[in-house]
Design a protein around this ligand. Structure first.
Ligand code: FAD
Length: 305
């Protein structure tokens, strides 16, 4: 793979202003860690994405999709090939009780659109910092609500560059899982079926959830949210706290003293610091309580040589 040829080729499909070479991904991730992308692209249309998918497949070039990068740790060696960030595709439309959003829209913004239109169902999402695409991929959820409850259908671009509609059932949404994790489809659009509600009540619910989030989570530091999934019968944060791991630090990353399920980048941490701290926490919790902690956060990219 020749990176200069790659740049030239990608600029045939996408405006040069939306293409960056050797781009530091730490500028885009919520953890503020991550190496560089060979070619970083911000597409603005479905057809641009389709062309990039077809090109990368034909030329055997690695392709990675990111939304708001709030649930990924990108290793310090970065990502080879093409990285697409979808945040410039962020249109949101309301029609009766339905909202259709492009996958680069922030789910927080979509929940605000729902509030403005007095539509109930997305209150749970008012503080989740991901994009619609990331929320579909993860079946994001909080405070008893999840994407699955309100999703009607999505539009994807398949790994062969074909556009198709998938119903919520076809997405097989489960606890932080969806079928998107097993194929290389790119979600480009989602339609949510909501219910007409009382705007004051919707706002009150969002204010309550925002208060809970701000009082319990270390939002003042870079992080990737809850690092681990909830193990059956337990809470990851409680196990980590009971193991005495809060404030344990490796390099610049530490287990939050405010919420033990979070790891915060307090002092120029690296992806390696995150990964080593995750392993240390998993090992300690296993030894103390015989419980395996499985990651919710995705770890991608190359290690630094
Ligand atoms: P990214 O991190 O960009 O990507 C995550 C994965 O999705 C990657 O594997 C990526 O390849 C894939 N992906 C992204 N977009 C697409 C697409 N369009 N098509 C196909 N694949 C795609 N999560 C919760 O569920 N509930 C919470 O309450 C919550 N609170 C959080 C609080 C904080 C402070 C932080 C930092 C994170 C929190 N998260 C929470 C985690 C995160 O915000 C969610 O998982 C979110 O859904 C991820 O979306 P994203 O756009 O950031 O995805």
């Amino acid at each position: 793979m020749n990176v200069n040829t790659l740049e030239k080729d990608i600029k045939q499909f996408v405006d040069a202003i939306d293409v960056r070479m050797d781009a530091p991904l730490a500028d885009y991730t919520y953890t503020k860690v991550g190496g560089k992308a060979d070619v970083l692209v911000f597409p603005r249309s479905y057809s641009e994405i389709e062309k990039i998918v077809a090109y990368t497949k034909e030329n055997d070039v690695p392709l990675t999709i990111l939304g708001n990068a709030s649930n990924v740790i990108i290793r310090d060696g970065g990502l080879r090939g093409v990285v697409i960030i979808l945040t410039k595709m962020n249109e949101v439309k309301v029609e009766d009780n339905k909202i259709t959003a492009q996958s680069g829209a922030a789910i927080i913004d979509v929940s605000r659109v729902a509030l403005d239109a007095s539509l109930s169902g997305l209150e749970f999402a008012c503080g989740i910092p991901g994009s619609i695409g990331g929320a579909l991929y993860m079946n994001a959820g909080a405070y008893g609500g999840e994407v699955k409850d309100v999703l009607e259908q999505i539009v994807v671009i398949t790994d062969t560059g074909e556009r198709k509609v998938m119903t919520s059932e076809e997405l097989e949404l489960g606890y932080r899982t969806s079928v998107l994790q097993n194929n290389n489809y790119i979600a480009v659009e989602a339609t949510f079926a909501l219910e007409k509600g009382d705007q004051t009540a919707i706002k009150a619910k969002m204010d309550e959830l925002t208060f809970l989030r701000e009082s319990k989570q270390p939002l003042e530091y870079p992080s990737c949210g809850s690092v681990f999934q909830r193990p059956p019968g337990h809470f990851a944060g409680k196990l980590i706290m009971d193991a005495g791991l809060q404030l344990t630090r490796i390099g610049g990353v530490e287990v939050s003293g405010k919420h033990a399920g979070f790891m915060v980048n307090v002092d120029n941490g690296t992806a390696s610091d995150y990964i080593n701290l995750i392993k240390h926490v998993q090992k300690t919790v296993k030894e103390k309580f015989d419980v395996s902690l499985h990651r919710e956060v995705r770890i991608i990219g190359d290690s630094k040589e």
